[in-house]
Design a protein around this ligand. Structure first.
Ligand SMILES: C[S@@+](CC[C@H](N)C(=O)[O-])C[C@H]1O[C@@H](n2cnc3c(N)ncnc32)[C@H](O)[C@@H]1O
Length: 552
């Protein structure tokens, strides 16, 4: 490309981003010119297009198979949640022996390389954290969102306002003009905390960060709320928050064809965000990811989308009001085999198996309401009173399991929480492993009913189930063994573990893209161990047979 062409391409980018009014999009702003701003789109098979009602989005220009990597890029910024600051490296996000910054005693690094690389941003952050901790009554660091926006603004100073990096941030959608009063109020508090964190005492001080007015500040908050990603580990545990403007152009669907993952944390490298296809994608299909947990029932998904993203989802799952949706169903009280949709106000639903038209009883609905409240309580208690949270979860599950399928809400959410709590309480040889395996099998069954093959949440659940099957078996009395035929024991347990992990291995390579990331490494290592153990078993059986034949 000649210098002149380069310059005109760059000028076009600057003009485009400079004129963008993300909350009210004109035809020109939403047309192909937007594509020039994001250099990573070149050769990606993706373009930006706009649709009335949901603004810009990413669209495919080529066919993509499940498991294809659509985008791979480091986020503009990322921060760890406060509870990982002591155990994970703030730059590369790996869990390792980390050393705290000796000045702020808050963020930690796995190596001097990571610390050195991060210093250009941490320099300002370090002072801000120290000031914040000194002013806070219990010496805690600021919330993740405040630290994330702080990093974004310090980066802006380093990157300059005319860099593509910053123009991409400017072009992120703001929902400022449609915010509810409640959200506006919470943004005002948020803005006050941010100003305190940045140690800004005047409007001029804010101007140094490119913020000219209170409107700009609300815009920034809204952009952050509507466009940030959860930073996750290679097995989808939530680690913090990340901002990446290009993948943030992806619109939402409760039946997504793509997912956003961070498949692998590599020492001394910043994390990489990847967009992976989980369903076949054809040219002219829109790339859609889920902003919320799609295992939740429609009402809860809609509520969360409205509150955080200010829109009403019109996808096929949200607009289906008649067909059975396993998230809000119960077993048919007549035949016990089919499912019946739970509807409001005495409306009848048809059983998927026996075809009977039935009204779900108030007793069932009351129990589900109590269970949903219990779930909220247990979720809050899980970090502080884990034993109480586990007791509560177990009690509520016994109330709803007789009529609630594993994919229904809140049973699935309760079982996922119960599994996490049981694993965290597990002690060697305490005999609880079989209980956890039974819960885990139900979680896998519920998730497989709702999510397509290769969805990363499904892949992680399968890997978790397989790993649990490999934990040493407890010594059971004959009575206990006779009572519970699942999970199997001995060699059969190993066979089930292997089958499960082979499935996990296949699905991980879809949901986490080619290679499968850190989780695939883990699954493969366990599979190798199982093969060795199976060989020992087989050898033992052969030897036994041989000695039995000799005796004869
Ligand atoms: C992360 S941004 C997605 C990109 C955005 N459309 C743009 O033009 O920059 C999230 C915002 O996009 C819009 N959006 C995303 N998915 C949508 C959908 N399915 N229906 C309507 N609006 C949607 C909402 O305004 C939401 O707050």
């Amino acid at each position: 490309m000649s210098f002149k062409e380069l310059k005109s391409k760059r000028d076009a980018r600057l003009n485009q981003a400079g004129t963008a009014q993300p909350s009210v999009l004109s035809e020109k702003e939403t047309g192909n010119d937007q594509n020039q701003l994001y250099s990573q789109l070149d050769g990606s098979g993706l373009i930006i297009k706009s649709v009335s009602g949901r603004g810009r989005g990413l669209w495919a220009t080529t066919t993509m198979k499940p498991g294809s990597k659509l985008l791979s890029l480091p986020p503009h910024i990322h921060v760890l949640s406060a509870r990982f600051l002591d155990t994970h490296c703030s730059r590369c996000t790996i869990e390792a022996e980390v050393r705290r910054c000796t000045k702020c005693l808050t963020v930690s690094y796995c190596s001097t390389d990571c610390q050195r690389e991060d210093w250009k941003l941490h320099k300002e952050e370090c002072k801000a954290i120290l000031r914040w901790k000194a002013a806070s009554p219990d010496g805690t660091p600021p919330a993740d969102s405040i630290r994330a926006i702080g990093r974004l603004l310090w980066s802006r100073k380093l990157m300059k306002a005319t860099s593509d990096w910053w123009l991409e941030v400017n072009a992120m959608q703001s929902n400022r003009d449609v915010l509810s009063l409640e959200t506006q109020e919470s943004f005002t508090h948020f803005a006050q905390s941010l100003v305190m964190y940045l140690d800004v005492n005047s409007p001029e001080g804010l101007r140094d960060f490119g913020i000219d007015s209170a409107r700009d500040l609300v815009d920034l908050m809204s952009k952050f709320a509507a466009n940030s990603f959860t930073l996750t580990s290679s097995n989808l545990s939530s680690l913090g928050v990340a901002i990446s403007p290009l993948p943030a152009l992806i619109n939402h669907s409760c039946q997504p064809n793509a997912v956003i993952v961070f498949p692998r944390a590599t020492a001394t490298k910043p994390p990489t965000l990847e967009v992976i296809a989980i369903l076949p994608i054809n040219p002219e299909d829109e790339i859609l990811a889920a902003y919320v947990d799609v295992t939740l029932p429609t009402e809860l998904r809609q509520k969360s989308l409205e509150a955080t993203y200010n829109f009403t989802c019109q996808c096929a799952v949200c607009t289906n009001t008649e067909e059975v949706d396993l998230r809000s169903s119960c077993y048919c009280p007549k035949c016990s085999e089919g499912y019946v949709r739970i509807k409001d106000r005495g409306k009848a639903s048809v059983c998927t198996k026996c075809g009977a038209a039935l009204v779900v009883s108030d007793d069932v609905k009351d129990k589900l309401r109590v269970a949903a409240e219990g779930l909220q309580k247990a979720e809050k208690l899980q970090w502080t009173e884990s034993e109480q949270a586990l007791r509560l979860t177990t009690n509520i599950l016994s109330l709803i399991t007789p009529f609630s399928p594993p994919s229904a809400h809140p049973r699935l959410a309760l079982m996922r929480l119960q599994q996490t709590l049981l694993i965290s309480e597990l002690r060697p040889h305490d005999g609880k492993i079989d209980d956890i395996i039974r819960v885990s099998a139900q979680v896998v069954s519920g998730l497989c009913d709702l999510l397509p093959l290769g969805h990363p949440i499904r892949a992680v659940a399968l890997a978790e189930f397989g790993k649990l099957l490999c934990v040493d078996e407890p010594a059971l009395s004959e009575e206990d063994q006779a009572r519970n035929s699942f999970p199997p024991r001995g060699y059969h347990r190993l066979v089930l573990a292997k089958d499960t992990l082979v499935r996990a291995n296949n699905e991980v390579q879809i949901g986490f893209g080619p290679g499968g990331g850190g989780l695939r490494d883990e699954v493969r290592a366990i599979l190798e161990n199982i093969d060795r153990e199976m060989a020992v078993y087989r050898k033992g059986v052969t030897n036994l047979r041989a000695s039995a034949t000799q005796k004869k």
